[in-house]
Design a protein around this ligand. Structure first.
Ligand SMILES: Cc1cc2nc3c(=O)[nH]c(=O)nc-3n(C[C@H](O)[C@H](O)[C@H](O)COP(=O)(O)OP(=O)(O)OC[C@H]3O[C@@H](n4cnc5c(N)ncnc54)[C@H](O)[C@@H]3O)c2cc1C
Length: 112
């Protein structure tokens, strides 16, 4: 997400599949966290490099989690094998209504 003095925020830095439904959110979060980290830094090149590394490490796990969930959903919704499709549809209909919303709410309220 950064190289030297160049920082990429949003899709150029950490694109996720549209099935994650969170790419724009991640972009805004990354910008906010970057601003927060830079406010703690001195303007020296060395400190800023350290800050960018900290920023990348702070953002990595959350982005990886969103990416993984988006990839899983993309895989499941594009299955074509009739047995797999039947299983997916059966499971989706059987899961409690809050199964997906609970996971999304947790993501929303986890610290960024
Ligand atoms: C179908 C779909 C559904 C989505 N649903 C959601 C959702 O529900 N929630 C969510 O949070 N995210 C969602 N996303 C993801 C979200 O749209 C992206 O993560 C977000 O728009 C990324 O913002 P960005 O500023 O990084 O890039 P972009 O929004 O792609 O902005 C880049 C801009 O740069 C411009 N540009 C490109 N090249 C040049 C150039 N050479 N010179 C000048 N300008 C240039 C482009 O025209 C564009 O306007 C969805 C994405 C898709 C495709």
């Amino acid at each position: 997400m950064y190289n030297g003095r160049v920082v990429l925020v949003g899709d150029p830095g950490h694109a996720v599949l549209p099935t994650a439904g969170t790419g724009a959110t991640l972009a805004m979060e990354s910008a906010a966290v970057l601003a927060e980290e830079l406010c703690r830094s001195t303007p020296s090149y060395r400190d800023i490099q350290h800050t960018l590394l900290m920023w990348q490490m702070r953002r990595g796990p959350r982005i990886a989690r969103v990416r993984e969930e988006g990839n899983l959903l993309a895989t499941a919704i594009t299955w074509t094998n009739p047995l797999a499709v039947f299983y997916r549809n059966y499971m989706a209909a059987s899961l409690p209504g809050n199964y997906f919303s609970d996971s999304m709410m947790k993501l929303l309220y986890d610290p960024i």
